[in-house]
Design a protein around this ligand. Structure first.
Ligand code: ASP
Ligand code: MG
Length: 401
């Protein structure tokens, strides 16, 4: 008898009909002879709705109370799913994070799971129950409710898989797997049968929104494969797993992108670590998000220092940069908004310069200037003006994948 963890996202439990469909799927699995633990997210849209309710009261809601509020969303789903499973004649029980002691760090709204007490779940499984657990939530060391960050139910699913030593972790969602690029902007992307943990982490970090990054990190650390698949059909999805299980290593596995990026450039900055650290201390003190930092070797004592942030942070970042420029004697500060970052992820180390060349040729032919270009063994990223995104990403996909 295998132990299966199934995690269902918000769209999979959006209404009564969907909850019943999930119940049917879970019950089928149980009747096939497996033990099933189910993790569910709040019904689609509910977490946003709750956040809006909080914002109507306070522009900066107290984080402990926000967690208290957000945790109610997942509780709706577990209770309804337990009822639906019982209607089908199987034993089921729902639990929140308190009841199964999903311990987390203290940081409200962005906590990390540290421990799960599996005794209660194991006892119920032994007693033939299907156990349903709230995703996204935990409790800190003083038993206050915490949440794991948006999309965090995936992480609850994998963490339970690790704690219970499950045979399989399945993450059910509204897409049927990981694609070579976002089907909403790229024509004919292909579904990947398998992808390695590190490639998935790179894709998730550079804009592919399929899995909560921390869930992939956990799977990686404890070597628990994650099967990402659709709750709307029976198709096989994509298995995120150890590199060793992947027969064919691809040069480029996928292309991801991010919208709404912005760039701040300090021109003619004195090339000393002290000055750069002054800049980044100030940026961090002001809570400005920084995606990429680049600094050139420069001519003589001066160089350019730039960083990529988000459009939302642009006004604050440019104001701060101008203030800083005076303090550190920089001749010019420039800012550019509405940019997009495209990242090619794979075993780039096999032919880094070859890939880079092809990317540059495409940009050259289309007359698009890369504002930032970075390359590591796992990925190549370029930052370009957002208006060129669709054209360039499609050309890269067609020519490189
Ligand atoms: N309900 C939470 C959210 O909307 C957690 C999740 O869906 O994984 O972010
Ligand atoms: Mg999700």
């Amino acid at each position: 008898m295998a132990l299966v963890i199934q995690k269902y996202g918000g769209t999979s439990v959006a209404n009564a009909e969907r909850v019943k469909a999930v119940a049917k799927r879970v019950v089928e699995r149980k009747r096939n002879g497996d033990n099933v633990v189910v993790v569910v997210s709040a019904p689609a849209g509910l977490t946003d709705e709750l956040i809006n309710k909080a914002k109507a009261i306070s522009s900066k809601p107290d984080k402990r109370e926000l967690d208290m509020l957000l945790c109610t969303g997942e509780q709706v789903s577990v209770a309804l799913l337990a009822m639906a499973i019982k209607e089908l004649g199987e034993k089921a029980i729902s639990y929140n994070a308190h009841q199964v002691k999903i311990r987390t760090t203290n940081s409200h709204t962005n906590a990390q799971i540290t421990e799960i007490d599996t005794k209660k779940i194991e006892a119920k499984l032994k007693n033939n129950h299907i156990v349903i657990v709230c995703g996204f939530q935990g409790i800190n060391d003083i038993d206050d409710l915490t949440t794991l960050g948006r999309g965090g139910s995936d992480t609850t699913g994998v963490a339970l898989g690790v704690a219970l030593k499950a045979d399989t972790v399945e993450i059910y969602t509204d897409v049927d797997g990981v694609y070579t690029a976002d089907p909403r902007i790229v024509a004919n992307p292909k579904k990947l049968e398998k992808i390695s943990f590190d490639e998935m982490l790179e894709l998730a970090g550079t804009g592919a929104k399929v899995l909560h990054s921390r869930s992939v990190e956990l799977g990686y650390k404890y070597n628990v494969p994650i099967h990402l698949r659709s709750s709307f059909d029976e198709s096989e999805g994509t298995i995120v797993c150890n590199k060793e299980l992947i027969e064919e290593e691809k040069l480029i596995t996928g292309i991801s992108h991010k919208l709404g990026e912005a760039l701040i450039i300090f021109e003619g900055i004195s090339n000393t670590p002290k000055i750069a650290s002054t800049v980044f201390n100030k940026i961090s003190e002001n809570g400005i998000f920084v995606e990429i930092i680049t600094q050139g070797a420069g001519k003589g004592i001066n160089t350019d220092l730039s960083f990529v942030t988000k459009n939302e942070c642009f006004d604050e970042a440019i104001l701060l940069a101008k203030e800083l420029a005076q303090d550190i004697g920089v001749s010019n500060v420039k800012g550019i908004k509405n940019l997009s970052m495209i990242s090619l992820v794979g075993n780039i180390n096999k032919d880094k310069l070859g890939v880079l060349n092809k990317v540059l040729l495409i940009l050259e032919e289309e007359n698009v200037k890369p504002l930032i270009l970075t390359a590591t063994d796992l990925k190549i990223s370029i930052v370009i003006e957002e208006i060129f995104l669709k054209k360039i990403i499609n050309l890269l996909h067609k020519n490189l994948i």
